[in-house]
Write a protein that binds this ligand. Structure first.
Ligand code: ADP
Length: 346
């Protein structure tokens, strides 16, 4: 049986692949390779085309010694980089290189490593404080009743911080696990909002913030009660925390006939504060885990840095959207839109 020519075989490989002839020149590229690496590779010497020692060594080993190998190849792409796992295989009269793009896997790995590092750091800070106070209470302050009370109060706060962090981490992992499952219950979101505001009254009073609610009655929406309560609590608590004392926070719930982005009727809830506002550079990153504009201020207010990440995941699960608008010196508006009814076309 006659073999099809090499270029045709390369076309059957579902990733960028190319052939290097025994003279060291790139002899054939499949269309995936042409699209991602450029036409101009054709005819070039591999040493000039891939100027990375590991890659050059593997190709040389394939060409000279008939040895197959796998290596990494990193390519600049725009402002970022693209990472490939390259399989180099000796073939008659040359070497074949197949490029598997592993940039996304590498990025996921990096995100996981960063997350673990962040969690450890966030837990270690209160833990170090607790250990320090325990040592002091066992030693120098053993018989000092006034100091003991003071230290115990601080220890209570630090333990509370750890507790909130662990609670938020558990919420986040629960929401992530359910993200693909749409809620099935119909709930009265107007009532839920009123209840959340009632539960938050002590927080409002402690911060001397007045929350004014404008809401259409008995709006029904497909949602998970506990998760929506958490979204509303996080957004309103943030507005109270960062809105500033003696300022007003407005919460507005209304139905809109059509949300352009959701392509359906929707219920929209706006949480509007009169705080300092957030610089535009921070807005796209606010929903990242542990991203804070001012870490000191967030920690001072008992924040975990996970509130908005949880909000984003819950809203995604509900196929809704979260919008953040802010103007320095004027205030911020955090809005959520939840679809009501089925998606309509166009
Ligand atoms: P945190 O626990 O720190 O409040 P969040 O995830 O809820 O964490 O919010 C992330 C960051 O977004 C906060 O640290 C704060 O810098 C900023 N932020 C959130 N809500 C507001 C708001 N209403 N006004 C100003 N900044 C806000």
């Amino acid at each position: 049986m006659e073999m099809p020519p090499a270029p045709l075989i390369l076309e059957g490989i579902p990733m960028p692949a190319l052939l290097i002839a025994s003279d060291g020149r790139i002899a054939t590229l499949n269309s995936a390779a042409r699209a991602s690496m450029g036409e101009d590779l054709l005819g070039r010497l591999y040493l000039m085309a891939f100027r990375q020692p590991a890659m050059a060594d593997c190709i040389e080993a394939a060409l000279r010694n008939n040895v197959a190998a796998v290596t990494r190849y990193i390519r600049q792409k725009g402002t970022g980089e693209q990472i490939f796992r390259v399989t180099v295989t000796p073939v008659p009269s040359g070497a074949m290189c197949a490029f598997e793009d592993i940039s996304e896997q590498e990025q996921v790995g990096q995100l996981r490593r960063d997350f673990v590092a962040n969690v450890s750091h966030e837990l270690r800070t209160p833990l170090t404080a607790l250990m320090g106070f325990i040592e002091t209470l066992q030693g120098a302050a053993r018989n000092d009743a006034a100091a003991r009370d003071r230290f115990l109060a601080v220890m209570g706060r630090e333990a509370g911080r750890m507790n909130r962090l662990v609670g938020d981490l558990l919420s986040l992992s629960r929401v992530e696990a359910q993200e693909r499952v749409r809620p099935t219950q119909m709930i009265n979101i107007s009532q839920l909002l009123a209840r959340v505001l009632c539960d938050l009254r002590p927080v409002q009073e402690a911060a001397r913030v007045v929350v004014e609610l404008t809401s259409e009655p008995d709006v029904m929406v497909r949602a998970d009660t506990d998760q929506m309560a958490q979204v509303l609590t996080n957004l309103i608590e943030n507005a109270v925390k960062y809105g500033g004392s003696d300022k007003l926070v407005r919460v507005v719930l209304h139905q809109i006939p059509r949300d352009q982005a959701l392509r359906s009727p929707a219920v929209r809830i706006d949480v509007i504060d009169q705080g300092e506002g957030i610089d535009a550079v921070h807005l796209p990153r606010l929903t990242e885990r542990f991203y804070r504009v001012d870490s000191h201020r967030s920690r001072e207010k008992g924040g975990t840095g996970l509130g908005l990440a949880i909000v984003k995941h819950i809203i995604n699960r509900h196929r809704g959207r979260l919008m953040i608008a802010s103007e320095k010196g004027v205030g911020s508006t955090f809005s959520i839109s939840l679809p009501m009814g089925e998606v309509t076309s166009a």
